[in-house]
Design a protein around this ligand. Sequence first.
Ligand code: CP3
Length: 351
Amino acid sequence: MTPTTPADASATRDSAFIRAARGESVPHTPVWFMRQAGRSLPEYLKVREGIGMLESCMDPDLVTEITLQPVRRYGVDAAIFFSDIVLPLKAVGVDLDIKPGIGPVVASPVRTLADVEAIPDLVPEHVPYITQAVKQLVAELGPTPLIGFAGAPFTVASYLVEGGPSKEHAKTKAMMHSAPEVWDALMRKIAQHSAAYLRVQVAAGASAVQLFDSWAGALTPRDYVEHVMPHSSRVLSEAGELGVPRIHFGVGTTNLLTLMGEAGADVVGVDWRTPLADGIARVGDRAVQGNLDPTLVFAPTEVMLDRAAEVIDAGRAAKGHIFNLGHGVIPSTDPDQLKKLTDFVHGYPLD
Ligand code: CP3
C-alpha cells in the first residue's frame, strides 16, 4: 500500500494530549474518556433518534456532530472518532448489525477458510464517508487532536467467530487451537482491515490512533504471544509508519500489559483493576492512559475526585500520563460528574 502522510499534524503537535503521548512535558494532565460520545449524553440520544448505529457511522454530518458533542460539553483534550470496531467489516459487505443493548451481531459466523477468504480486503474506496467525516472534524477541532481507532484482530475475530458478544470466547479460542490455518488467515484478514482503516483516518487528519483489544484479557500470555501479538504488532507497526502516537488498550490485561506495550504501542491503556503504579512498572519506558474505575462517577463527587487525585499522583511516575477511565463511560453516567472530573484533572497542580 502507498505510504500516506498525515494531512496536517502541526495544528495539534503541541497539545497536552500529543505531548503526553510522546512523553514530553505538559501544561496540565490531558484527559478524555473512552465512550465519551454516546448514550450518557442527552444531545446524543436526541440526534440518534430513529437512526441505527451503523447507519449513523456512515453519515459524515452525524459523525461530526456526535464526535464534537463531548468536546463541547466537557472541554476534554481529545476527540475520539465516532464509529465502531466492526464498521470495516460492514463496509466490505459482511452481514452484521449492531443491536441496541447487545452489541455487534454477525449473521453467518466465520468457521472455515472459505468463510475467511470470502471477506474482501478493505480499501479506502469502501469508506469514503470516513474520510469525509474525519476531514470535517479536523477542520472543526482546530488544535484539539482527533483520535482515530480500530479493533485489534483478536477482539474483532471474537465477534466474527462467536456471531455476537461472548463472555468466554470459547469458539474463538477453539478455532485458535484446533484450526490454526483458519485462525491465521482470519487474523491476517482483520489486521489488514484494521491497518487500512487507521491509515484512512490518519490520512484524513487524525492525530493519534487507539487499537482496542478489549477482550484480550481472556487470553493466557502464551496464547497472546503465539496467536495474537504478531497480528496486533503488524497493525501497530503500520500505524507507526504514519508518524502518529499509538495507544493500545484492553480490559483485564494486567498480565499482558508488558506484551501489549512491546507489540508496538507508544501509550498503553490500563484498566481500573490494575493499580496505575503497577501498570507503569509493567510497561516500562512508555506512556500510560487511564485508569479511574468507571463506576466511581456514581460515588459522591468528593470520593470520585479523591480517587482521581490518586490516579494523577500515580501517573507522575510514568513517561507520560493521559487521564481516562479504566474502560468506557457507562450509559447511566451523569454528564455533570464527567464535567467536574475534567475540570479537576485540568486544575490539578503539576508537582
Ligand atoms: O469512545 C467513543 O465515544 C467513540 C465511539 C466508539 C463506539 N464503539 C461507539 C458505540 C468506540 C471507540 C467503540 C469501540 C468498540 N465497539 C469496542 C472497543 C471499546 C470498548 O468498549 O472496549 C467494542 C468492544 C465495540 C463493540 C460494541 N459496539 C459494543 C460492545 C457495543 C455496545 C453494546 C451496547 O449497546 O451496550 C457497541 C455499540 C456501540 N458502539 C454504541 C456506541 C455509542 C452504542 C450504540 C447505541 O447508542 O445504540
